[in-house]
Ligand binder design. Sequence first.
Ligand code: ATP
Length: 165
Amino acid sequence: MAREISAGGVVIRKRDEVWWMAGIEPAGEQSRTAADRPGPTGRKAKSVLALPKGLVDPGEKPLETALREVHEETGVIADLITKLGDIKYVYSRSWGDGERVFKIVSFYLMGYRSGRIDQINPEMRIEVARALWVLLDDAPKLLAYQGEKQMAQRALEYVVAHPEL
Ligand code: ATP
């Protein structure tokens, strides 16, 4: 099976005593649950909420990838707080012969430093429809994928255990 290694970030920011997390809506990805199908009103399918991440380039360290991808996909610059963990999944490529891919993604908890959410390079719109702050408390339920939900849950536990942040 083909393998892919990616890295990404859970970027958090405290504003007015509440924690926010930077999420992205990947371009062209829609939730496939029945509840999200266009109903009688013809509303379009709900978009998926995901974490910023991307493939680790040759010679790059996963943390470098994660910081770079966070900046490219969300527009914000963030600093490492701690590593959160690795998630694993298998998917089938939507192109070519539909080969199955085993993927590992390392996630890091990061603190917001600077930049404005969703101010991204126009070329990135091919990948990212929108970047936005969501309440960290809501993130585990809002994120679409099980592994990413777990990363947001770990981030929540970390901020509770580190009130000095
Ligand atoms: P990258 O962001 O690492 O460059 P990509 O955008 O090429 O990767 P993925 O985000 O891994 O690819 O998406 C490939 C497929 O896997 C899509 O169908 C997506 O819906 C699905 N997918 C993405 N993340 C997860 C996950 N955490 N768990 C399960 N399936 C996922």
